[in-house]
Every structure is written in structure tokens, then in C-alpha cells.
Ligand binder design. Structure first.
Ligand code: C2O
Ligand code: CU
Length: 505
């Protein structure tokens, strides 16, 4: 491949220049290099550069606590930020400094991860890597500059807390955004089991471990459908390369509401509506559409692309898409169909002049769901965010590994924290080749950076990797620290499908 011939040519050039020992030391992860930790002076220095003089600071208080929410008349005990799911939307402008004081009233430790933000490493919220956990009763203040505009969200990075109600949008507006809209509406999609018929995320994980461990389901080889529990329960999808997920959730929510009591977006007829779609689910990809409308995709994972019009898109856990819809007069279903799971999350788009009073039926499946689908190869970055062409300094090849039978997941056969770190150095162009050797798809997320997809070049921080597939991405290592790279399936992360992209010096 081109990459290895470039690497080889560089090796030969360097071999003649006496720096080969240094190159070998760094590319072999030799222990003579030391990690750039979250409390390193370079982290603080870079943050100072992000802060422009006169920057506004946006201050918020958050309380993570047990609460009760109403899901279409069912009273459900869960954990949330405040009393709502999603938690309160945070909105700021690019260049602002966000200061969020979190009070932990949960019965267990927590942290907040600011998903997708190119943040200072010591505010990234990964316990025991970038900060200690925040104990029950304790208070911690997150403070960081917002260097990039876009659609982000935040959630704990602790145990299975994300599969409760602990998530909320973080929107960073760009005053010079070329995409204009009359209405800016966030739609957070989530799969829900907590408190339904006694279910909890912890019981579900126990169940998955036992169900897998019972044996007789075959191994990783052969590709027999019986080798994974998802296919056994009929949750399969061609779009996801087979097994759609591990858990058949009883409910799917948009903005914390199930289809029987949908969130309604009311706008003027002909309004240009910007929908910021966030998948905060734990084990579900969604096929998204608005009945009667086309979607103009403008951003993915916060970064602008050349606008493209489609009928529907597939969004994995941790991904975000911004789309523009021009509202036609009437009442229309907003649907996020749980891919491969035969059930939906739904909301309603209604114009103020609509005469129909009834909402579309809660199981409406608009034909747009089977229309023209957005593919990664359609995503072309806006010129302003196109990664410049540059020689790759370092390539890491990793395998996503694991299986339903043992219900262990990992990277290169090792579960976090045993997985080997991916060493990089500040200033390098890094290529990651992510190969999925398991029989299930994984949405892979990198903290603190965005990468460019080799296919099309769009900037993203989360990418779905299907079984048997290799996804290649490139990034500029420009944010020193220790950064997680992991599967955004909450249960796969808990079971170890994670490693660290580790800056070394
Ligand atoms: Cu939203 Cu480490 O993830
Ligand atoms: Cu996974």
C-alpha cells in the first residue's frame, strides 16, 4: 500500500541521517519515551493559546442525581442531570469559556466527558486517566475553552451510567456559520431500558455475560448466525453488516419522549429548520427521516461538509448530524427507526398553519426511511475544514476483537486497561487503520481530536466500522495528552473495547 511505501522511503532517508535510532524508539513504543500526562505543562499552555482575550465565560451548574421521569405516563426512577432527560441543553459560542460545576448526588462516583470537543486533556473526564472520579457528594468544576463550533453532547465516562438518563446536548454556535436557519432544534435519540419492568443497565450486563457464557452458540469463526445473540433474537441489519445490537430495548426516545407521547417541533410553514441529531444511545443505530421531506446534510460530528440532499441517514452511537429541512405545511412524523430492531423513536414536525389536529401514528414508518441513504463516501468536507495533504508520520493498525459468547470486547485481543496504547508525538500526522475482526459493528470514537475519513475526507470523531471492514482515518496530533479511543457501545466499552492514544515525548 501507498502508506507503507512512504513509510519505507522515509525510513531509508532517515537511516542515512543518523536519526533512525530515535525513529525506531518512538515507533516501537520504547519505554525511553514518557507519556505526556493530563497535568503536563504543555496541556495548560495549549489551553492558554485557545483563550482569546476578552473571551466570554458561560457558567452553569449541573447536578447528577436520582430522579423520576415520565415516559408516556409511566413513572420511571432513573439518574439524570437535573430532572429531565436529556439534561439541560448547554449552548455557547465558539471562543467562549465554558465553566460547569457538577455536583455528584449519585450513589456512585462519576465524571463528565465532553464528547467531540477538542478539549484540554485534564478536562476530558476519563477517570483514572485524566482525572480522579468525583465521589458521591463531591463537587468538581470543569472549565475549558470552546475552540470549535458544532453539535456535541456530554455524558459520564463511568460504568454504565450513560445507559441511564445522564446525557445532554452541548451546542457551540458559530456567529459566522454559512448555514442559516429560522429554527435550530436539537434532537437527542436514546435507547431506554432503565426502570422498565425492573431492568437496570447493570442487570442487563450480567444477563449479557451469562447469556453469552452459556455456550453452545459457536465461536468467532464460520459466521454462523447462531454465534451471536443479536442474530438469535432477530436483531439483524444489512446496513450494519449483520448483528444490529445486543439488546432489544423496550423503548426508544427522542428528546426523552417515547412515540406514545412524542416531542413536537412547531414551526412556521416554509421555515428552514436546522435539526441537530445526536445519537446518545448505548446499543442502537438509528435510521433517521422526516416524513414528506428531504434532508440536506450540512455537518457531521460538528464539522461542516459540502451540503448533500438525501432521504435518510444512519447514525451510530456517538455520531451527530446537522440537517436542514424546509418545513412543508402540515403535521409530519420525525422518525428514528432502531436499525435492525423493528421499533422506532418518534417525534412530530408541525407547522403553525396545519389544520390536522392528530399527530401521525406512533408507529408511522415514512417511506423516506427506505429512500436515498447517506453514505460515508458522500461526505465531502467543507473547504475550511479539509485536512491538508501531508506525509503520514506514523501508522497504527488495530483490530477490534471480541465475541458475544464470552462477552468480552477488546483491541488486538486485549481488554482495557490491558490493551496497548497507541503512541504518538505532538505535531505528527497519524493514520489509524481500524479493522473489525469481530462479528458485530462498532462505532469507534476518539477523544480530543477529529479525524478525516480516508473515504471522502469528512472530519469526524466517531465512525461506524462494520464486521470484516477496515476504516482508515488520518488526524493531526495537535492536542497533547492521554486520549481514549473506544467503541461507543456502552456495554462494549465497559467490557474493554478501548485503548489510549498516548502522546509521548
Ligand atoms: Cu462519548 Cu469516550 O465517549
Ligand atoms: Cu462495540
Amino acid at each position: 500500500m501507498a502508506s507503507s511505501s512512504i513509510d519505507r522511503r522515509r525510513f531509508l532517508i532517515l537511516a542515512g541521517s543518523g536519526t533512525v535510532a530515535a525513529l525506531l524508539a518512538s515507533s516501537c513504543g520504547n519505554s525511553s519515551t514518557s507519556p505526556v500526562e493530563a497535568n503536563d505543562a504543555t496541556v495548560a499552555r495549549l489551553e492558554q493559546q485557545r483563550r482569546k482575550s476578552g473571551a466570554r465565560s458561560v457558567e452553569r451548574q449541573l447536578v447528577a442525581a436520582p430522579t423520576t421521569v415520565d415516559l408516556a405516563g409511566r413513572k420511571i426512577a432513573t439518574w439524570a442531570y437535573g430532572d429531565t432527560i436529556p439534561g439541560p441543553e448547554l449552548r455557547a459560542k465558539v471562543g467562549d469559556i465554558l465553566r460547569v460545576q457538577l455536583t455528584n448526588q449519585l450513589p456512585e462516583p462519576t465524571t463528565i466527558h465532553w464528547h467531540g470537543i477538542a478539549i484540554r486533556n485534564d478536562m476530558d473526564g476519563v477517570h483514572d486517566l485524566t482525572q480522579p472520579t468525583i465521589s458521591p457528594g463531591a463537587v468538581f468544576t470543569y472549565e475549558f475553552a470552546l475552540a470549535n463550533a458544532g453539535t456535541y453532547f456530554f455524558h459520564p465516562h463511568t460504568a454504565l451510567q450513560l445507559d441511564r438518563g445522564l446525557y445532554a446536548p452541548l451546542i457551540v454556535e458559530d456567529p459566522n456559520d454559512p448555514v442559516t436557519a429560522d429554527v435550530d432544534q436539537v434532537l437527542v435519540i436514546d435507547d431506554w431500558l432503565d426502570g422498565i419492568d425492573g431492568a437496570t443497565p447493570e442487570k442487563k450486563l450480567t444477563d449479557l455475560r451469562q447469556r453469552g457464557g452459556m455456550g453452545g452458540m459457536g465461536g468467532m469463526n464460520g459466521g454462523t448466525p447462531a454465534s451471536n445473540a443479536g442474530a438469535m433474537s432477530g436483531m439483524s441489519s444489512n446496513l450494519l453488516g449483520g448483528d444490529a445490537g445486543d439488546i432489544d430495548y423496550p423503548l426508544h426516545l427522542i428528546n426523552g419522549r417515547p412515540p406514545a407521547d412524542p416531542a413536537t417541533v412547531t414551526v412556521a410553514s416554509r421555515a428552514r429548520v436546522r435539526l441537530r441529531i445526536i445519537n446518545a444511545a448505548s446499543d442502537t443505530a438509528y435510521r433517521f427521516a422526516v416524513g414528506g421531506h428531504r434532508l440536506t446534510i450540512t455537518h457531521t460530528d460538528g464539522f461542516p461538509i459540502r451540503p448533500i440532499e438525501v432521504d435518510t441517514l444512519l447514525i451510530g452511537m456517538g455520531e451527530r448530524y446537522d440537517v436542514i429541512v424546509t418545513a412543508l405545511s402540515g403535521v409530519w412524523p420525525i422518525v428514528a427507526a432502531a436499525e435492525g430492531k423493528n421499533t422506532i423513536a418518534a417525534g412530530v414536525l408541525r407547522t403553525t398553519d396545519a389544520t390536522a389536529s392528530a399527530a401521525p401514528s406512533p408507529d408511522a414508518r415514512p417511506t423516506e426511511l427506505d429512500g436515498q441513504l447517506l453514505h460515508y463516501s458522500d461526505l465531502v468536507p467543507a473547504e475550511s475544514v479539509t485536512l491538508d495533504a501531508r506525509r503520514v508520520d506514523r501508522t497504527h493498525r488495530i483490530d477490534l476483537t471480541g465475541d458475544m459468547m464470552s462477552y468480552t470486547w477488546g483491541i488486538d485481543g486485549k481488554s482495557y486497561p490491558k490493551s496497548s496504547p497507541l503512541n504518538v508525538a505532538d505535531g505528527e500526522r497519524v493514520r489509524l487503520e481500524i479493522r473489525n475482526k469481530s462479528m458485530m459493528w462498532h462505532p469507534i470514537h476518539l477523544h480530543g481530536h477529529s479525524f478525516a475519513l480516508s473515504e471522502g475526507g469528512a472530519r469526524k470523531d466517531t465512525v461506524n466500522v462494520l464486521p470484516g471492514e477496515t476504516r482508515t482515518v488520518e488526524l493531526d496530533a495537535d492536542n497533547p495528552g492521554q486520549w481514549m479511543l473506544h467503541c461507543h457501545n456502552t456495554y462494549h466499552l465497559e467490557q474493554g473495547m478501548a485503548t489510549i492514544m498516548s502522546y509521548r515525548r
